[in-house]
Design a protein around this ligand. Structure first.
Ligand code: AMP
Length: 282
C-alpha cells in the first residue's frame, strides 16, 4: 500500500487507475483511529472496486472550537497496518495545508437545511466542515463509489444531497453499523470512555434495540417509540440525551408515524463524550 500526501498525488493515482477500461475507484474517507467499522467499509470497497483509496484526515473544520480536535485519537502506524491488511491500494494522509491551502479563509460547501438538523443542531458548523472536506476528496479522487457508515446517518443524508446537488459522478454506498459484542456501536471516540462510562454508553444501543423490537411488533407511532426510548435512558441518569428522533432519512424532518426508510436516531452525552446510534425501519 502506497501512502500519498498531496492532492496532486491522489489525482495522479486516480487518473492512472482510470486509464484501463473497466477499472473502478472506491474511496473510504476516515479520520483515522481505524477500528472494525472502518475495516468493514474498506472491505466493501475492496469487493466492489478494482482500486481502493482510504483517506485519513482529522478535519479541523468539522470541530467546533471547544470540541475534541486536539485530543482526537491518532494512531497512524496502526491505521496503515489495518488499511493495508484490508486491501487498500493507497492511503491518502495529507497535512492540513494540503486540504486548506488558504487556511481558515477557505471556500466552503454548505448543504442548507439538513445541516442544522439532528447532530447539526447541537454541532453548528459541523456538517459544513464535513461537506467541504468530502467535496475536496471527491474532486481529488473522482471515485465511482464512496463508502460511508450508517452509524453517521445524518452525514449520509447530507452527502447524498451534496452529490445530487453538485452532480458528482460518485455513488454513495452506505455500510451497516459494526458493533462490539455487547452492542455498543464502534466509534473512535469510545476510547475516551472510562470503564463506568463504557457501561453507561450501552443505554444508546439498548434504546435502539428496544425501539427496533417495538417496531417489529407493530408499534409505529413516533411519539410512543420516542417515549419508550426515553424510558430506557431513565435507567441511566448519568447519560444526558442530546436528541431522540424519528425522521425521514432524506429530509431529516420529524415524522409522526414510522415507515420503511424512517431513521430512528439517538445522540447522548456520556461524561464529556458525545455518542450516537441509530436504526432504519425496514
Ligand atoms: P470517522 O473516522 O469517524 O469519520 O468515520 C469514517 C467512516 O467510518 C464514516 O463513514 C463512519 O460512518 C464510518 N464508521 C464509523 N464507525 C462505524 C461503525 N461502527 N460501523 C460502520 N461504519 C462506521
Amino acid at each position: 500500500m502506497e501512502i500519498l500526501r498531496t492532492v496532486a498525488e491522489l489525482r495522479r493515482w486516480s487518473r492512472s487507475a482510470r486509464c484501463a477500461i473497466g477499472n473502478t475507484i472506491g474511496l473510504v474517507p476516515t479520520m483515522g483511529a481505524l477500528h472494525a467499522g472502518h475495516a468493514s467499509l474498506i472491505r466493501a470497497a475492496r469487493s466492489a472496486c478494482t482500486h481502493v483509496a482510504v483517506s485519513l484526515f482529522v478535519n479541523p473544520t468539522q470541530f467546533a472550537p471547544k470540541e475534541d480536535f486536539g485530543r482526537y485519537p491518532r494512531s497512524f502506524e496502526a491505521d496503515c497496518a489495518l488499511a493495508a491488511s484490508e486491501g487498500a491500494d493507497v492511503l491518502f494522509a495529507p497535512p492540513i495545508e494540503e486540504i486548506y491551502p488558504n487556511g481558515p479563509n477557505s471556500t466552503f460547501v454548505e448543504v442548507p437545511g439538513l445541516s442544522d438538523r439532528l447532530d447539526g443542531a447541537s454541532r453548528p458548523g459541523h456538517f459544513r466542515g464535513v461537506a467541504t472536506v468530502v467535496t475536496k476528496l471527491l474532486l481529488a479522487a473522482e471515485p465511482d463509489l464512496a463508502f460511508f457508515g450508517q452509524k453517521d446517518a445524518a452525514q449520509v443524508a447530507i452527502l447524498r444531497r451534496l452529490v445530487t446537488d453538485l452532480r458528482f459522478a460518485t455513488e454513495i454506498v452506505v455500510c451497516p453499523i459494526v458493533r462490539d459484542a455487547d452492542g455498543l456501536a464502534l466509534s473512535s471516540r469510545n476510547a475516551y470512555l472510562t470503564p463506568s462510562e463504557r457501561a453507561q454508553a450501552l443505554s444508546l444501543c439498548r434504546a435502539v434495540r428496544h425501539v427496533e423490537s417495538l417496531v417489529a411488533h407493530g408499534e409505529l407511532r413516533a411519539d410512543v417509540l420516542i417515549g419508550a426510548a426515553r424510558q430506557v435512558f431513565a435507567a441511566e441518569p448519568a447519560v444526558h440525551i442530546d436528541y431522540i428522533a424519528f425522521v425521514d432519512w432524506a429530509a431529516l424532518e420529524p415524522v409522526a408515524v414510522a415507515a420503511p426508510g424512517t431513521l430512528f436516531g439517538v445522540a447522548a452525552w456520556v461524561g464529556s463524550t458525545r455518542l450516537i446510534d441509530n436504526m432504519v425501519v425496514r
